[in-house]
Design a protein around this ligand. Structure first.
Ligand SMILES: Nc1ncnc2c1ncn2[C@@H]1O[C@H](COP(=O)(O)OP(=O)(O)O)[C@@H](O)[C@H]1O
Ligand SMILES: [Mg+2]
Length: 470
């Protein structure tokens, strides 16, 4: 009775294994690609199916039905069918090679009916090679990570725009508030005042900060190309040369910010197109008939007087009003001389990092000269002056001799060629007089006050008012 029952289960198991074998045949291609070799044994450890031909030159015909130990060196398949425990990533020595193998028992209703063995790598050195490649990739990733952090780090945020100037502090507030909305921002100011820096800061403070920041200098691109630069073009839009399509800046800025620098130079016909984009919040690539919806914040900048340009017909009034939602008018550096110490400090630290040189400090006299100059080129000029000084100074301290001649000259006057409000002229005159008097008195405030014909406390009050620190 017992024996008959056993026989029946044996038969049943055999049938199961046959089914498995059939499925394996169907999966053969996959298995052959996935593994270097595989073997299927029954619960006694006899080979049911095998593909080790490529690996070891053993053909299926000669191996099937044999005890696995008689065919494969150092096998443990006969053990796995006894223990029912899988063995993953075991190293097995086969014909002089260390191979990586998996052995997995096959169970039916909790009973082991066989096992599959697979070879993952035919030589452990392959794994070492892979590990090597992984390490290589890892170090590449780290390198790029560093690179991205570096780029991100040089990006400006409102935290990196340091200022003590009341007007600049106010503009930072405006910028921060504008960043939170999706409004178009117009940044005006002379060249080199930090318009692009502000645009970066707005981008970094907005919910689009992880999106791209795409700058485009409208004056640097030929009139004929501007449209396709901004909106892209469809395949076959132009005859000849470039047959393939191209994405425009508006497309590239998707999810981020597009910075239209020097918008004042934009040709009138492009101004019409830009206005349409701002109004409809969608654009059309050149030569295409599909519209793409605009998903980018627009920040425009100019050093021109747009109001004046509107008056003379160089800039469209309607576009001007569209852009002029939030305006940030950055004052020239000569109107915020109080920022020079802090700006010089920030710029020096940045330059030291960039040139990988040790810390250098400005001599007091050097700083005074910096504060006495009119800076027609604004912060950009200050940066260049400091870069030059860093290169020229052999000392840890930057002395006036490292400054360009134009800064070392006696004050060339107040730089008041333009007509300014009386209050501004007075402020400049007083600032200059105070700085000169203190310099001539070698820092002695009482003496300086005497020279100026005012009381010492009056001098201190004016110094505080004009943020003169000497
Ligand atoms: N607040 C600031 N802090 C540090 N560097 C600044 C600051 N403002 C401007 N700069 C530097 O001055 C230079 C000119 O700035 P940029 O934004 O390009 O000016 P603009 O676009 O107005 O011509 C850049 O090198 C910039 O890094
Ligand atoms: Mg610029």
């Amino acid at each position: 009775m017992d024996i008959e029952y056993l026989d029946k289960t044996d038969e049943e198991e055999y049938r199961q294994l046959e089914l498995l074998k059939e499925s394996l045949v169907m999966l053969e291609d996959i298995l052959t690609y996935a593994y270097e070799g595989y073997v299927l044994v029954d619960k006694e450890g006899r080979i049911v199916k095998i593909n080790y031909e490529k690996l070891l030159g053993i053909t299926e015909e000669e191996a099937v039905g044999k005890d696995v130990r008689d065919v494969l060196e150092n096998t443990r398949m006969h053990i796995v069918v006894k223990t029912g425990e899988k063995e993953i990533r075991d190293v097995q020595r086969l014909q002089g090679h260390d191979m990586i193998t998996n052995r997995i028992p096959i169970k039916k209703n909790g009973k082991v009916i066989g096992a599959v063995g697979t070879v993952l790598f035919k030589d452990i050195s392959e794994v070492k090679e892979l590990a090597h490649q992984l390490l290589d990739l890892q170090s590449k990733i780290n390198k790029y990570k560093g690179e991205i952090e570096r780029i991100e780090g040089t990006r400006f945020s409102f935290n990196t725009i340091n200022t003590v100037n009341p007007k600049m502090l106010y503009l930072k507030k405006v910028g921060e508030m504008a960043a939170e909305s999706n409004s178009t921002v117009l940044i005006t100011g002379e060249s080199g005042t930090g318009k692009e820096v502000f645009a970066h800061a707005i981008h970094s403070a907005s919910y689009r900060k992880n999106g791209p920041f795409v700058p485009i200098n409208c004056s640097a691109i030929p009139k004929e190309l501007l449209e396709s630069e901004l909106f892209g073009y469809e395949e076959g839009a132009f005859s000849g040369a470039k047959r393939k399509g191209k994405l425009g800046k508006f497309h590239l800025a998707e999810g981020g910010t597009i910075f239209l620098d020097e918008i004042g130079t934009m040709p009138l016909d492009m101004q019409v197109k830009l206005l349409r984009v701002l109004e409809a919040r969608e654009f059309e690539p050149v030569g295409g008939n599909k519209t793409i919806s605009l998903d980018a914040r627009i920040i425009a900048a100019t050093n021109e007087n747009l109001e004046e340009n509107v008056r003379t017909g160089k800039f469209r009034k309607d576009l001007y009003y569209r852009l002029n939602v939030v305006t940030i008018d950055i004052p020239p550096l000569r109107e915020r001389l109080d920022d020079i110490p802090i700006l010089a400090e920030d710029l020096l630290r940045g330059l030291e990092k960039e040139f990988k040189i040790g810390r250098k400090t400005l001599d007091d006299k050097t700083l005074t000269l910096l504060m006495n100059y009119s800076w027609p080129g604004n912060v950009r000029e200050l940066r260049n002056v400091l870069e030059r000084a860093l290169t020229l100074s052999t000392n840890r301290i930057i002395f006036p001799s490292s400054l360009p001649e134009r800064l070392q000259k006696k004050n060339k006057g107040l730089g008041l060629q333009d007509i300014s409000p009386i209050s501004e002229i007075v402020e400049k005159a007083e600032t200059e007089a105070i700085i000169n008097a203190i310099k001539k008195s070698n820092g002695n405030k009482t003496e300086a006050a005497e020279k100026l014909g005012i009381h010492r406390t009056a001098l201190y009050k004016k110094m505080a008012k004009y943020k003169i620190e000497m």
